[in-house]
Ligand binder design. Structure first.
Ligand code: PLP
Length: 389
């Protein structure tokens, strides 16, 4: 038997052990939490490694290094939210920069891009990224940045990252992928050609619904340096305690994701066979139009499942009042299961016209499938669906 190479550090090991037993002061096994906002200089004009907390913090930097390692990037910036992570990229653009974004992205992402464009800070073009003609037309306008969200929120549409990144690079654009729904345990956009990866660490990376945070990981060192500088200029840094909690969540990422995904697959199959449900959106189903691309670029199908109730909004009211084990709440990625109604919750601010264009109807519900027992989750859904019939 060949001995495993001790120097090959697997992502699962990085997630579980990053920063563990790294404390030189007391030998603490769990990484210490540094809350200090400022640091003593050694003397005149002699700052130490850290001088001021907006520019750098040891706890936050540990999380940045862990995420850069897991995503295969050169460096990362930890921000106060997922939106702050997106704005770290968008806010540094200039008036003549064009962003190509998906027409079915997270509602907050669309709101941010529109707000920046309305104020003349950049231009934005929303396209259906599965429509080659629309993508080609957008790229012919020489964009600076192509933003990809795959799987998309809430319809779980899949974009071929490698194919779109190659086209975007040919057109001279940088490529950023929002990897919030999958995490690097399942998808590694930088390996597929992305220049940046964006996360709402609020979600699966932290995994316990007790932190709002974000991250941008850059593939190249120069891009990482530029982002770090810009984060110091605009002051978008995440709090040390949030970083510490996120590190704690990250340690179990590779243990949590298989449970999430197995439950999500069971939920998708259950919904698919139920008469009260008219459509199920889950890339793990062979019938999903993005199934083949998802199978090739992802190491799993994630834990987000959306579905359409045949009875429309009246059925939605009945379902959310009667479903068990799925809490009616925004957000996703925690160990507990949640249900959201995108049209009135996460995607309400998009406006009806944009929602209709993106295919987000009144009867659509989005599930974040947690790690509870499958039998309870299916029975809980069954109670909600029975009330819609
Ligand atoms: N990106 C995606 C795909 C999201 O779903 C969200 C939030 O739901 C965000 C970004 C924004 O993250 P945050 O809520 O941490 O600002």
């Amino acid at each position: 038997m060949r001995e495993p190479n001790i120097d090959v550090i697997h992502p699962q090991t990085s997630a579980a052990a990053f920063g563990v037993a790294g404390d030189t002061a007391y030998g603490a096994v769990a990484p210490p939490l540094y809350l200090s906002s400022t640091y003593e200089f050694e003397g005149y004009d002699k700052p130490r490694r850290y001088d001021y907390g907006r520019a750098g913090n040891p706890t936050r930097d540990l999380l940045a290094d862990a995420l850069a390692t897991l995503e295969g990037g050169a460096g990362a910036v930890i921000t106060s939210s997922g939106m702050a992570a997106l704005d770290l990229l968008i806010g540094r653009l200039r008036a003549d920069d064009l962003v190509i974004a998906p027409h079915d992205c997270y509602g907050g992402t669309m709101r941010l891009l529109k707000a920046r464009a309305d104020r003349g800070h950049c231009s934005v073009l929303f396209v259906d990224q599965s429509d080659e003609a629309q993508v080609a037309q957008g790229l012919s306008r020489s964009p600076s940045l192509v933003l990809i969200e795959t799987p998309s929120n809430p319809l779980l549409r899949i974009v071929d990252i490698a194919a779109l990144a190659a086209k975007a690079h040919d057109a001279g654009a940088a490529v950023a992928v929002d990897n919030t729904f999958l995490t690097p345990a399942i998808q590694k956009p930088i390996m597929l050609g992305a220049d940046y990866v964006i996360h709402s660490t609020t979600k699966f990376l932290n995994g316990h619904s007790d932190v709002i945070g974000g991250a941008v990981i850059a593939a190249e060192p120069a891009r990482a340096d530029e982002l770090r500088h810009w984060a110091t200029v605009v002051g978008s840094a995440g709090a040390p305690f949030d970083s510490w909690l996120t590190m704690r969540g990250l340690r179990t990422l590779f243990a949590r994701m298989p449970l999430h995904q197995a439950n999500a697959m069971a939920v998708a199959q259950y919904l698919n066979a139920h008469p009260a449900v008219s459509a199920v959106y889950y890339p793990g189903l062979v019938s999903h139009p993005g199934h083949d691309i998802a199978s090739s670029q992802q190491a799993g199908f994630g834990a987000m499942v959306s579905f359409e109730l045949a009875g429309g909004v009246a059925a939605v009211r009945q379902f959310v009042a009667n479903v068990r084990y799925f809490t009616l709440a925004e957000s996703l990625g925690g160990v507990e299961s949640l249900v959201a109604h995108p049209a009135t919750m996460t995607h309400a601010d998009m406006g009806e016209e944009a929602r209709t264009a993106a295919g987000i109807g009144e009867g659509l519900l989005r599930l974040s499938v947690g790690i509870e027992a499958e039998a309870n989750l299916l029975a809980g859904l069954g109670t909600g669906l029975a009330a819609c019939m």
